[in-house]
Design a protein around this ligand. Structure first.
Ligand code: NAD
Ligand code: SER
Length: 312
């Protein structure tokens, strides 16, 4: 069994992805890495290394010396944080990717997972049932970095045969770890506030529809994509993946089915403009056709599992 590294492992996706990979491939074969000194307790069933994705020499030596053959590169600034710090977001979101792509080009790594996002789409993209191949004019620094990343992944695959795979994740919803500064974060925070205070102020307006996905679906989709035979992966930029779509008002209605006293109000901030530039819903027929993707959680199922597991 060759070794796997998850770089950016202490965040919303990383904590759950490391656990899923360890369950599948063995605790001893999956190393969690992150910039942080402390890692979440939940990850103490395997190795952890402090590693800065921007420290190219350190990342190179670790991967070569430890004979890591598969890398999941999750270190990035998400949409809202990136708008506050565009220069650094561009640097972090791009430089780490080149380090890993180059290691694969040189033959040190066999396979890479690098996540893209629905943020690659922009205000000129058809918003409903957004196709895999369409107009892409992202208006956020995060979206620009993800679109550029997609182009580079495809380029390294076509020119150098690098086996890199990617998904355009929608907003991810989970209860095991908190989101790290995105525009879709409201759809996690709402559950904590509903349980703790019975009310929530949404930073997006009532009618803002966005594509979302429960974390179990995202992790399963990631493992399925990475397990698929290479010849089935027809898209080397990033696959569209759909879970469900809802507005803050629709999510609040669904929560009220369980917590009738729950109240929501709205105070849109700078994240509204980001959300307005993104699709309402996603066409993921390419992922379905190429490697058999299918979402399991709709909005109802997602709300139930979140309310069952989030504590005040
Ligand atoms: P997150 O912010 O929760 O976690 C990112 C992790 O990377 C953090 O633990 C952070 O400490 C670490 N990190 C930051 N800089 C680092 C560095 N220089 N070196 C090493 N580690 C560093 O993010 P997430 O939600 O887990 O997202 C992971 C990836 O998935 C990102 O590329 C993000 O763009 C993408 N994505 C996430 C979502 C979502 O809804 N969560 C949706 C689409 C795409
Ligand atoms: N959830 C992410 C964000 O809001 C989408 O990539 O930034």
């Amino acid at each position: 069994m060759s070794k796997i590294l998850v770089l950016g492992s202490c965040g919303q996706i990383g904590t759950e992805l490391v656990l899923a990979l360890r369950q599948k491939f063995g605790n001893e074969n999956v190393v969690a890495a992150d910039l942080r000194d402390e890692y979440p307790d939940i990850l103490n069933n395997g190795a952890y290394v402090k590693l800065d994705a921007l420290d190219r020499p350190a990342v190179r030596s670790y991967i070569i010396d430890e004979q890591i053959k598969e890398v999941y590169l999750l270190a990035a600034l998400l949409s809202a944080k990136a708008e506050k710090n565009p220069d650094f977001a561009w640097k972090l979101n791009m430089e780490g990717l080149f380090t890993i792509l180059d290691l694969a080009k040189e033959g040190h790594i066999n396979k890479i997972f690098w996540p893209s996002s629905i943020a690659v789409f922009g205000p000129t993209t058809p918003a409903d049932y957004t196709p895999q191949h369409t107009i892409m004019e992202p208006s956020t620094v995060y979206g620009i970095s993800k679109q550029a990343g997609e182009r580079w992944c495809e380029y390294y695959h076509n020119k150098f045969g690098v086996d890199v795979r990617s998904i355009r994740y929608p907003g991810l919803i989970s209860y095991k770890s908190l989101p790290g500064g995105g525009t879709t974060d409201y759809a996690v925070e709402i559950f904590y506030k509903a349980k703790a205070e019975g009310k929530f102020t949404s930073f997006l307006s009532a009618g803002t529809t966005l594509p979302m996905m429960f974390m179990d679906d995202a992790i399963r989709g990631t493992l399925e994509l990475m397990a698929a035979p290479a010849e089935k992966i027809k898209i080397r930029s990033a696959y569209n993946l759909a879970g469900c779509s809802f507005t803050p008002a629709e999510l609040a209605d669904e929560i009220q089915q369980y917590l009738p006293e729950f109240e929501i109000d709205y105070a849109p901030d700078f994240r509204q403009a980001i959300a307005d530039s993104w699709p309402n819903s996603i066409d993921d027929s390419n992922a379905q056709k190429d490697w058999g993707w299918k979402a399991h959680f709709d909005t109802k199922a997602l709300v139930k599992v979140m309310l069952d597991n989030v504590t005040a």
